[in-house]
Design a protein around this ligand. Structure first.
Ligand SMILES: [Zn+2]
Ligand SMILES: [Zn+2]
Length: 497
């Protein structure tokens, strides 16, 4: 590991729900006994702390890999440990040895446990070439962790987040907090609970694209009391965007300067000076919640340093419909274990006749375990290539006076997708979503007043979400995000915001 991660900031473990389910069934089969396992995890260091990203789970077979201990009650057998630690060492992953104690809501290491860490972990740390090693102990609804780093540094795990179906947070012991009900959120806290409202206040969300869909997301999530936002969009408001941008005025788009009867130099001035879409979104969020922390980036998500700013969010909203944005968003979801959703609306028109063929709004949940956009053939390589053609080349291919073809776009179509996506986020974060709730993609078609659910596919060999050694899943900082070509202007197939 090139740089040692900080021990000053909190460390948390992130577990995808299915992986946690398998572990929980193994540790608590109802026999009241102790059981063992190992997790290999990626690591991501952010301003909010260090996140250990559970990638692989190895269950220790009772009596074979998990046996009566020489000093403690039970222990992982040496052969099992050495297989797992050499695997972690080869792949640069954090090694986490796991066992359970009895009890429900509180857990901690015994003095036997701690002595065994002191005997064993300095050597394991050497084998793992300085990538952290450690131990986790679980109770039914609690976790404690003791993580070892080079230089005799040690961290106590703050807790764990189980992501995917419905967010669940585990800590070493219940954290009694008296949360008062704010008058502001009194009505919605009757649904989410005061604790739920508190969770929203502590959440950090990313919105990629602040056009029609992103503008509504910012408004809804700002009103709902989400505490922290990262927003990115490279575009400024144009007069033709005004019917879809929340609370935008003619002044924001400099409508009188942009008037088509004005000389070209005035219109260019309007295009250069009108208000960035992220600034409009930030203004709306501030109006709703003056305490919100907002990182409004007037720039393109496709640039690596901007994309990296989304890697410590709790939830991502993709509201920019380009293939390259999909590729990068999908990579962040899997590499950093951050659930997200892609939202959009489309109007398909026959180019020759102008006939409206189909109209739909889509909501596609993407989590590390379900809904990968690559597996579901939603990242089209031909279109990716098309988008790589720069703005200059595109203009060169077009006659000077030929108007740009813009896609139809309507605020209500965006609103359908955005409201569902925001509801999904709310019910996920506040624990209101039922465990069996579907993760299906949703498509609403107003022409026939039908809503369809499409069950997403998943391929075990996928380079993004697959569990094989080469996949991106849970790699954290060890892997680079895909480099999509740096661009200077609007991509080709952008749906006009
Ligand atoms: Zn123990
Ligand atoms: Zn996949």
């Amino acid at each position: 590991m090139a740089e040692l991660p900080s021990v000053e900031r909190p460390w948390r473990l992130v577990l995808p729900q299915a992986l946690y389910g398998r572990l929980h069934r193994h540790l608590f089969p109802g026999d009241g006994d102790e059981h063992g396992a190992v997790i290999a995890a990626g690591l991501a260091e952010t301003n909010r702390g260090v996140r250990l990203l559970a990638r692989e789970l190895y269950l220790a077979v009772d009596g074979v890999d998990y046996v009566p201990g020489k000093r403690g009650y039970r222990m992982l057998k040496a052969g099992f440990i050495s297989d797992r630690i050499s695997g972690c060492s080869e792949e640069g992953l954090v090694y986490l040895a796991i066992h359970n104690h009895g009890g429900s809501d509180s857990v901690g290491f015994s003095s036997d446990d701690l002595r065994s860490h002191e005997r064993g972990y300095p050597a394991l740390l050497d084998i793992n070439r300085g990538t952290p090693v450690g131990a986790l102990v679980f109770a039914e609804n609690a976790i404690a962790g003791d993580i070892w780093l080079p230089g005799e540094r040690r961290v106590t795990l703050a807790g764990a987040s189980i992501i995917g179906g419905s967010l669940q947070n585990l800590t070493p012991s219940p954290t009694p907090r008296s949360i008062g009900r704010s008058r502001l959120y009194n009505r919605q806290a009757r649904l989410f609970g005061d604790a739920g409202q508190h969770i929203l206040g502590g959440a950090k969300i990313g919105i990629i694209g602040l056009g029609g869909a992103g503008s509504l997301l910012a408004e809804y999530l700002g009103r709902l009391g989400v505490g922290e936002f990262v927003l990115a969009d490279p575009d400024r408001a144009e007069p033709s965007n005004l019917p879809r941008l929340t609370a935008a005025s003619g002044f924001d788009a400099l409508v009188w300067l942009a008037n088509e009867n004005n000389p070209a130099w005035l219109r260019r001035l309007a295009a250069r000076l009108s208000r960035p879409k992220v600034a409009l979104a930030r203004r709306n969020i501030r109006r709703a919640n003056p305490n919100a922390r907002i990182d409004a980036i007037f720039g393109n998500f496709l640039e690596p340093e901007i994309a990296a700013k989304f890697a410590d969010c709790d939830y991502l909203f993709l509201a920019a419909d380009t293939m390259r944005a999909r590729l990068l968003f999908n990579a962040i979801v899997h590499q950093y274990l951050i659930p997200g959703v892609q939202v959009g609306a489309k109007v398909q028109v026959d180019l020759a006749s102008g006939e409206v063929l189909d109209v739909y709004s889509v909501v596609r949940p993407v989590s590390p375990e379900s809904g990968c956009l690559l597996c579901n053939k939603l990242i089209n390589s031909a279109k990716l290539q098309e988008e790589s053609v720069s703005e200059e080349e595109r203009k060169g291919q077009r006659y000077v006076d030929e108007p740009e073809v813009v896609a139809p776009s309507v605020i209500t179509l965006n609103a359908v997708a955005v409201a569902h996506a925001a509801n999904d986020f709310l019910f996920y974060m506040t624990g209101l979503r039922e465990p069996e709730a579907t993760q299906a993609y949703m498509r609403a078609q107003p022409k026939c007043r039908q809503t369809w659910l499409d069950e997403p596919r998943k391929s075990p060999t996928c380079p993004e979400c697959g569990g094989h050694p080469k996949s991106r899943l849970a790699r954290g900082d060890a892997r680079r995000l895909p480099v999509v070509e740096r661009q200077t202007a609007q991509p080709l197939n952008r749906v006009k915001g």
